[in-house]
Design a protein around this ligand. Structure first.
Ligand SMILES: NC(=O)c1ccc[n+]([C@@H]2O[C@H](COP(=O)([O-])OP(=O)(O)OC[C@H]3O[C@@H](n4cnc5c(N)ncnc54)[C@H](OP(=O)(O)O)[C@@H]3O)[C@@H](O)[C@H]2O)c1
Length: 327
């Protein structure tokens, strides 16, 4: 089935089921929980009796507003919801957040890496790294790997979950920067491509798929289930930075066939309760689906290895010894 046909079929004819998983006693962290899909996923998980919910956000006041909203709409105790600060675009912030979680929680049953940005202009973080790559890729996997030891020890009765919110747009690119000797370095150079539709966003979503697959190969699914998912095209704040034709196309599609934020968020909650069959897999419409053809092609397999090697070198520089966290 072509990517486009699959996309249209899914948007027009598939409605992900309302989540029913019981999160009683579970500590769940959602990164990017103040608006959009993360907020609605948090609301579902609160309704499904989460033991403790951590709203990981970059602005305290936005997190507190989200907390009040979730408490009022679900009846969850305010004591069972915490707001903690993390900015995925900053390695320092991610490391500080992980220290906070280790200090405050003896166990974490689910970590949802949901926050991403859709960059349309070239901008860099405090370390001079392009913001899309810094946030969607480096910060996301820095946090995943920092949290692995805590996740592993939390799996006493059943495996815990580490889920990454990817996207079907990973299939809309084959990562043009793969022609360069160093992919991450090539991505740090401004180019006219940057403002072409959502090229950078698509590239970072493809990188998430490759790196999550590689990470899953090194993680025991009896302890930590690593999966990544596609929520479908949904109403949210994500495309508010978009400009020109890219913006027009996406907004028109959203108007006609976009899922509501709540409906899209069901796929996030599903990933956090999916079984071992989802380990290392791409979930779309709450089912394991093959990723884009490029991902499993001979060339894709090589690109995946290169990305893993480059990323782990970067992370080892950011946090020497971090790779020991991967069993
Ligand atoms: N909406 C769709 O159609 C769609 C489709 C496929 C995949 N996705 C994926 O779904 C996920 C959620 O997106 P969404 O549509 O809900 O977008 P959204 O409405 O823009 O929400 C994104 C969330 O991420 C947070 N965030 C952004 N940058 C951050 C950073 N540096 N550190 C920490 N948090 C940060 C935002 O916080 P602030 O409020 O502070 O900005 C917000 O809470 C993303 O991974 C996106 O790629 C969305």
């Amino acid at each position: 089935m072509s990517v486009l046909f699959k996309f249209l079929y899914s948007q027009l004819f598939v409605t992900p089921p309302v989540p029913q998983h019981d999160f009683s006693g579970e500590t769940v962290i959602i990164v990017g929980a103040n608006i959009g899909l993360g907020l609605e996923a948090a609301r579902h998980i609160a309704r499904l009796k989460a033991g403790h919910l951590v709203l990981a956000v970059r602005t305290q006041s936005k997190g507190e507003t989200a907390k009040r909203d979730i408490v009022a709409s679900t009846g969850i105790s305010p004591d069972a919801v915490s707001v903690r600060i993390v900015d995925l675009s900053s390695n320092k912030s991610v490391i500080a957040f992980s220290h906070t979680i280790y200090a405050e929680f003896k166990k974490v049953d689910a970590l949802l890496l949901n926050a991403s940005i859709l960059p349309f202009t070239f901008a860099t973080n405090e370390d001079g790294v392009e913001l899309g790559v810094a946030t969607n890729v480096i910060g996301t996997f820095l946090l995943a790997i920092l949290m692995l030891p805590l996740l592993r020890v939390s799996a006493t009765i059943k495996p815990v979950h580490l889920s990454i919110v990817a996207s079907e747009v990973h299939a809309f690119t084959t990562l043009p920067e793969k022609k360069h000797a160093h992919i991450f370095n090539a991505l740090n150079v401004n180019s006219p491509d940057f403002e072409r539709l959502q090229e950078r966003y698509n590239v970072t979503k493809l990188m998430q798929v490759f790196i999550a697959r590689e990470l899953a190969q090194r993680v025991d699914c009896d302890r930590v289930i690593v999966n990544f998912l596609n929520p479908g095209l949904c109403h949210s704040n994500l495309t508010s930075t978009a400009k020109g034709w890219g913006s027009f196309v996406v907004e028109t599609l959203k108007y006609w066939i976009g899922r509501t934020t709540e409906v899209g968020s069901r796929t996030l909650v599903h990933a956090l309760s999916a079984g071992k069959e989802s380990h290392g897999q791409y979930l779309s419409d709450c089912k394991v689906e093959p990723p884009a053809v490029f991902v499993t092609s001979d060339e894709g397999v090589k690109v995946q290895k290169r990305l893993w090697e480059e990323l782990t070198e970067i992370l080892e520089n950011v946090r020497p010894g971090i790779l020991k966290n991967i069993a």
